[in-house]
Design a protein. Structure first.
Length: 226
């Protein structure tokens, strides 16, 4: 089921980076990088398939997160164990069945890419004593929208047509995790879920000063279902 879902992500709209099937020739460590990202996503989803209680869905992949890990709202620094001492986030919180690897060139950033949203989201799970295996992170647009002028190491808001292209995958993703509560992280995702008529709860996106509100809302939501 998971492998078929990942394979379905291969056709992606023009102008979006597909981390599981495209090589970022300028910044990837090797031609094996897309395959490594596929394996990491498969391990992450498979280990949560029959136990997830909450699906946290944000807008789109970012270059500091899923672009190089293949996992939504998850940075290389988390996978490489570089945020354990300060934030308590361990690589085994993400997956245990395979060894995590970096896919960006080490000369770009020594300890791997670090995404503020990823740090806040994973840090909140640990801080609030939420089992990371009860939660699955995903995006309404599963691919990475970047600014053509600035290149791959940039982010932009996905267009309406790109959000539309992600709907089929979003519906399939939610269908794999029967009974899990769907949580929209930010307004764009709320729009996608509403278009699919999927029941959900909205929380503040942690970016741009929303971290405190995000933690409060996540705590209230998860505590309610414990």
């Amino acid at each position: 089921m998971i492998s078929e879902f990942i394979q379905s992500l291969e056709p992606s709209p023009k102008g979006l980076f597909n981390p599981w099937f495209h090589q970022d020739k300028k910044h990837d460590l090797s031609p094996d990088s897309p395959g490594n990202r596929r394996r990491q996503l498969e391990a992450y989803l498979t280990e949560r398939l029959k136990r997830a209680r909450f699906l946290l869905i944000a807008e789109a992949l970012g270059y500091q997160g899923g672009h190089f890990t293949g996992i939504a709202m998850t940075s290389e620094r988390i996978l490489l164990g570089c945020q354990e001492e300060k934030y308590g986030i361990k690589p085994e919180h993400v997956f245990k069945s395979i060894q995590p690897v970096r896919t960006s060139r080490p000369d770009l950033i020594k300890n791997g890419m670090s995404e503020p949203t990823a740090t806040i989201v994973w840090g909140a799970l640990i801080e609030l004593n939420i089992d990371p295996y009860d939660v699955v992170l995903w995006n309404a647009v599963p691919w990475h929208p970047f600014k053509e002028v600035k290149g791959m190491l940039s982010n932009r808001t996905p267009s309406s047509s790109e959000l539309e292209a992600g709907l089929r995958h979003l519906k399939t993703f939610i269908g794999m995790f029967h009974g899990a509560k769907v949580v929209a992280v930010g307004r764009k995702c709320e729009q996608s879920l509403s278009e699919l008529c999927i029941e959900h709860t909205g929380v503040r996106h942690p970016a741009n000063g929303g971290a405190t509100k995000f933690r409060e809302q996540l705590h209230h939501l998860t505590d309610k279902f414990r």
